[in-house]
Design a protein around this ligand. Structure first.
Ligand code: F6P
Length: 336
């Protein structure tokens, strides 16, 4: 068999470990040929590809980013014809011309949607979920999330010492436009006093009460963790908006920090390396057993897969019955 592999959408730690997992299993175990496709779906449209050897796969496990490069090219976006080219038809043509028996698509929600559309055209597709946001339906975790949480938690730990020295409120903004997973996990791991996520509406009065109660108990500093996608009443940055609101309401000096792309860069955690390796290996197993149109998943501790048609277009959001929220509330954490 000859398979192609591409990475699409925003990068995240663990993509290279996944590429390695897919390709080493394919080459070593199954004797498949592997073609690396550069820059996501863009590379499939322009035939920007390379033949992988075992040497191409060396030194990848601990590297951040994606050695294949990525893009946000969405070939189905303008139904059929776009930029004067019938991109879906061109994709199909190039896949056949390259002699690919399957394309492995590693990506987030947008990629899963494109993968489903390609599968609906009769192309053999296997997808692997990738995002620091952890918002892909059907999988408990996607690789990249643990690394992002670990980076954000380290940042919160560091903000704690400066917050307590200066008796300030520190607001830290982490990624997550629609889903608050990074804010929830890093906020709880970092001992945040207030954690705001897009899924739960907040009232500034509740935040003020939490901070003032801490002050009364002899704790004159607080840590506020916010997801970038919370309501900001038109102000661009969530952290700046909430910091201003807190300072106005409490009179306590408040500072903000936006963590940004640091959350997405650098080396994956050991958990993400192993998750990526397992998911990559499973993707190749699916190909070898002729199971296409599926996305690899982690359910509980099991690596498995689901049909793309069951997950594409759905977002996995935090719900108020999540045990970290229930436990956080019991311990006095304010979620808004
Ligand atoms: O990968 C998802 C994500 O990290 C979001 O949380 C973030 O808002 C977004 O990517 C930003 O990425 P870009 O600027 O590359 O579009």
């Amino acid at each position: 068999m000859r398979i192609g592999i591409l990475t699409s959408g925003g990068d995240c730690p663990g993509i290279n470990a996944t590429i390695r997992g897919v390709c080493k299993t394919a080459i070593n175990h199954y004797g498949m040929e592997v073609i690396g496709i550069h820059s996501g779906f863009q590379g499939l449209l322009t035939n920007d590809v390379e033949l992988f050897t075992e040497k191409s796969l060396s030194g990848l496990l601990n590297q951040g980013g994606t050695m294949l490069g990525t893009s946000r090219e969405k070939p189905f976006k303008k139904k059929g014809l776009s930029d004067g080219v019938d991109k879906p038809a061109l994709l199909e043509h190039n896949i056949h011309q390259l002699g690919l028996d399957c394309v492995v698509c590693i990506g987030g929600n947008g990629t899963q949607k494109t993968a489903l559309k390609m599968a609906a055209m009769g192309l053999n597709i296997v997808a692997v979920p990738k995002t620091i946001d952890n918002d892909i339906w059907g999988t408990d975790f996607s690789f990249g999330f643990d690394s992002a949480v670990s980076i954000a938690t380290d940042a919160i730990d560091r903000l704690h010492s400066t917050a307590s020295s200066h008796k300030r409120v520190m607001v830290i903004e982490v990624m997550g436009h629609k889903a608050g997973w990074i804010a929830l996990y890093s906020g709880m791991a970092g001992g945040g006093d207030v954690i705001l996520i897009p899924e739960i509406e907040y009232d500034i009065k509740n935040i003020k009460e939490t901070i003032m109660n801490r002050l009364k108990k002899g704790k004159p500093y607080s840590i506020v963790v916010v997801a970038e996608g919370i309501r900001t009443d038109g102000i661009k940055k969530a952290a700046a908006y909430i910091a201003q609101e807190i300072e106005n309401e409490t009179g306590i000096e408040t500072r903000e920090t936006v963590l940004g792309y640091i959350q997405r860069g650098g080396s994956p955690t050991p958990f993400d390396r192993n998750l990526a390796t397992r998911m990559g290996g499973h993707a190749t197993e699916l190909i070898a057993s002729g199971q296409f149109g599926r996305m690899v998943t982690l359910q509980g501790s099991e690596i498995s897969s689901v049909p793309l048609s069951e997950i594409a277009g759905k977002l996995k959001l935090v719900t108020e019955d999540h045990d970290l929220i229930i436990q956080g509330r019991r311990m006095g954490v304010c979620f808004g």
